[in-house]
Design a protein around this ligand. Structure first.
Ligand code: PRX
Length: 582
């Protein structure tokens, strides 16, 4: 594994081929993420090296080597092929962070199918919308979550197989299939699908302002971006014990909780139990974690419990800290430097769509607390004027974060939505196809965020350019929440916006008008909250519901969330001339 080198040096001499050197890659090798993260590591003599150190609820724990990763992912691959799953089929993984999630992720890729990981806390409606959109053919789940699948199954004609990977096979219903990875006859060598760089790999659903969530489709070529950034930005080395706290239901948990570290043959830890600061510090101490990738919300929660608690643990194994998902406030950077022996969290910026880190505080580069750092070598980033979409040259001026297309881990399309894909590129021809867009260096891919760049080239995040709510580093779409809210018997109309929160940055607040015959009450508020939690997820659940007589609307009848959000944040309300005055 190569040395990370200085940022300036790397920018000057950059080529994506360096990623191949880092993986010691020979031309003509099989480009399959599932095999690269397991079989290939074993082939390099690391079969007996720990790959996964796992801890769950109630003191349960397990350890798996790269040899185990190979055999167990082969088992999933063999079983799925036996079940008739074919290359290109969408196979959903819907489980907590248990070992089978990780094995099946690699196994699905080994047969050339597309992995669709979904956050296990999703309620039945969130699940249904995403499975329906992807026309998912099989779902791998557990006893704890299969009940949600049962409720929606008959509305999902494409869903042929429901596989339960734990529990008691006698308790399954109908044609549900039981699969125990440890009992499946061991397949020493699996005939891995001959994928190439453009073979689809992972389909992550992500929320936008309008409409239901969209599936960002990635390809096996993403590995070059993920491996190189894991090596250079997360500074992962062969002897590291790495902990990424993200759930693979979200992109951080796959790009850097599976693909990046394991392609490099690095040992990683997974903690599948509820958060407490003490539990986390204990986990770092017990497993001698050296590199830790987490999120600002978690860091703020740790800060709340104070520096004294940190002193009770031996955290001297830590060497490098990084963060992603939301703005990392300067206080959190400074605090981490104080309590973790001089180690500061390095902020990184990227998205589901970008597949890998785009802007970051590169190791060794001076950290400016509050800044996201600079573009990764090989990434051309800019901020574009809000109106003209021309790159801004004046330091400090706020514009839209944009990237030149063509980096390896860039998403290849939004599932069956070429129109929305096209709308993310400034300057795109109206009939341009996804493949043309992703390689056209005259275009800019616009992230949907606002930032400024200072005189030293550091990026400073300002906020999103749309109405998407970022709660604890998770994006939730207001439209999805509003659609679910109006399904409640008492609600006539609804608007969902983010309101400020000390730990989670934002939480969901809903404004609702009631149908005739319903009166505002605390009881109703709780009922609505629970309704959304069950249907969508705890993340999407409004933390507050405000009953209003009417919602602000434009003359054409569109609810103006911008207005409600500004009120919540105590900001200028802006131009209201387009609002209806009825
Ligand atoms: O708004 C930005 C915010 O999270 C969005 C991407 O969310 P998602 O696709 O779910 O991927 C999350 C993890 C890669 C961005 O458009 N975001 C991400 N990182 C940062 C951030 N906002 C501020 N600072 C960051 N470092």
């Amino acid at each position: 594994m190569s040395n990370i080198g200085s940022y300036e040096e790397r920018v000057k001499n950059f080529s994506w081929d360096i990623a191949k050197e880092v993986l010691d890659w020979k031309d003509g090798e099989l480009l399959n993420i599932g095999a690269i993260c397991s079989d290939r590591v074993c082939g390099m003599g690391k079969g007996s090296k720990p790959a996964l150190i796992w801890e769950g609820f109630g003191g349960r724990s397990a350890r798996y080597t790269f040899d185990d990763l190979k055999v167990y992912s082969n088992a999933f691959a063999g079983f799925l092929r036996e079940q008739g799953m074919e290359p290109g089929d969408r196979i959903c993984i819907f489980m907590d962070k248990i070992p089978s999630l990780y094995f099946s992720f690699l196994g699905i890729l080994k047969i050339g199918a597309i992995v669709q990981p979904l956050f296990s806390a999703f309620g039945e409606e969130s699940l249904e919308v995403r499975l329906a959109s992807a026309e998912t053919k099989a779902i791998l789940t557990t006893v704890k979550h299969v009940k949600k699948v049962r409720k929606i199954r008959e509305r999902l004609p494409h869903l042929e197989k429901v596989v339960v990977v734990d529990g008691n096979p006698d308790r399954l219903k109908g044609d549900e299939i039981f699969f125990d990875v440890e009992k499946y006859p061991a397949i020493k060598e699996f005939d891995v699908y001959r994928s190439d760089s453009e073979t689809p790999s992972v389909l992550h659903y992500t929320s936008g302002t309008t409409g239901q969530p969209k599936g960002a489709l990635h390809v096996h070529n993403s590995i070059w971006g993920q491996a190189l950034t894991a090596n250079w930005v997360l500074d992962l080395r062969d002897d590291d014990i790495y902990w990424c706290t993200a759930d693979p239901g979200w992109v951080t948990g796959t790009s850097y909780g599976i693909i990046g570290p394991w392609s490099l043959g690095v040992t990683q830890c997974v903690l599948d139990s509820g958060f407490t600061s003490a539990r986390w510090y204990q986990f770092i101490q017990d497993n001698k974690v050296s590199v830790w990738y987490s999120a600002p919300t978690a860091i703020r929660a740790l800060m709340k419990d104070g520096g004294e608690l940190v002193k009770k643990y031996d955290l001297s194994s830590l060497r490098h800290l990084a963060s992603v998902g939301e703005p990392l406030n300067p206080e959190a950077v400074i605090w981490s430097g104080e309590v973790f022996g001089g180690l500061k969290f390095h902020d990184t910026f990227w998205q589901t769509e970008t597949g890998a880190i785009m802007i970051s505080n590169y190791p060794g580069m001076e950290i400016k607390p509050g800044s996201m750092g600079k573009p990764f070598p090989g990434i051309e980033a800019s901020v574009l004027d809000l109106e003209t979409h021309e790159p801004l040259t004046e330091p400090g001026k706020v514009g839209l974060i944009a990237f030149r297309p063509g980096w390896p881990s860039m998403f290849r399309q939004y599932w069956k939505r070429p129109d929305i894909y096209r709308s993310k590129f400034v300057g795109a021809r109206e009939d341009a196809m996804p493949d043309e867009l992703r390689t056209d260096k005259s275009l800019w891919y616009v992230s949907g965020d606002r930032a400024s760049i200072d005189a030293d080239g550091y990026f400073w995040f300002v906020g999103r350019d749309d109405d998407v709510i970022n709660t604890g580093g998770h994006l939730v779409g207001p439209f999805e929440i509003e659609s679910a809210l109006v399904e409640h018997e008492a609600i006539a109309e609804a608007a969902a916006v983010g309101k400020p929160d000390k730990v989670n940055m934002e939480v969901v607040k809903a404004f609702v008008t009631l149908k005739p015959g319903y009166e505002p009450s605390e009881e109703l508020e709780l009922d609505i909250m629970n309704f959304i939690r069950k249907k969508l997820s705890p993340l999407a659940m409004p933390q507050e519901i405000e009953y209003v007589e009417k919602l602000p609307k434009t003359r054409s009848g569109k609810i103006v969330r911008r207005y409600l959000r500004a009120l919540e944040w105590g900001e200028e309300v802006g131009d209201l001339s387009t609002l209806s005055d009825e």
